[in-house]
Ligand binder design. Structure first.
Ligand code: FES
Length: 182
C-alpha cells in the first residue's frame, strides 16, 4: 500500500470515528430494533470485529480487541514493541492464532503491516516456508513458489496465498480471518 493511500485511510478512519460513526452505530441498532424489536447491542448481534475495523475510533471500540492474539511458534504472544525492536523491514514472521498459521509482514519503519499472508499453500495445503534470501515463500511439498506478498510465481499452485487482517492495538498484534479492507 502506498504511503498516500495509507495516510488517506487513516484520515478517513479518524473522520469516521467522530460523530458520523455514532450515527452509523445508532442506525444499525435502530434497523435491528425495527426488525426484531430488540436492541442489536443488547442482543449482541452487531459484529464488533467488523464495526471496529470500520470505525476504530468509536467509543465502543476504545477497549475492544478484535480477532485473536497472534502467537509465536512457541505459543508466546507477539508483542508489537518487542517484535519491532528486533524486526527488519522485509521480514515475514510466522504467527499462530487463527485456524491456520499466517505470516506477519514487516514494512519499513519498521512497522507491522495491516495485512498478513496465509501460510497455507493453495495447492494441497502444506505450510509454506519463508526464504529470506529468495524473498519468496516456498512450499516444501511440491515446490510452489510465491513472492513476498503471496502472489504465486511457480506452480503447481494456481492461486495466490490469501490475505488476513492484522490489527495492532495496546501492544498486541491481533489476527482476523478476513481480507483487509482496501
Ligand atoms: S501443497 Fe504446496 S505445492 Fe503442493
Amino acid at each position: 500500500m502506498s504511503p498516500t493511500s495509507s495516510s488517506r485511510r487513516r484520515f478517513l478512519k479518524y473522520f469516521a470515528g467522530s460523530g458520523f460513526t455514532t450515527v452509523a452505530f445508532g442506525w444499525m441498532n435502530w434497523q435491528a430494533m425495527s426488525l426484531t424489536g430488540e436492541s442489536a447491542v443488547a442482543a449482541g448481534s452487531i459484529d464488533l470485529d467488523d464495526f471496529c475495523l470500520k470505525y476504530p475510533f468509536n467509543s465502543r471500540c476504545e477497549d475492544y480487541l478484535p480477532g485473536t492474539q497472534a502467537l509465536t511458534e512457541a505459543d508466546e504472544p507477539y508483542l508489537a514493541a518487542a517484535t519491532l525492536a528486533t524486526a527488519t523491514a522485509g521480514d515475514r514472521l510466522l504467527a499462530k492464532g487463527l485456524d491456520d498459521p499466517a505470516y506477519l509482514v514487516i514494512e519499513s519503519g519498521p512497522s507491522i503491516a495491516d495485512y498478513g499472508i496465509s501460510a497455507i499453500c493453495t495447492h494441497l495445503g502444506c505450510v509454506v516456508n519463508w526464504d529470506e534470501a529468495a524473498e519468496s515463500f516456498i512450499c516444501p511439498c511440491h515446490g510452489s513458489k510465491f513472492d513476498a506478498f503471496g502472489e504465486v510465481t511457480n506452480g503447481p499452485a494456481a492461486r495466490s496465498l490469501p490475505l488476513v487482517t492484522v490489527v495492532v492495538k495496546d501492544d498486541q498484534i491481533r489476527l482476523l480471518n478476513q481480507e483487509p479492507s482496501r
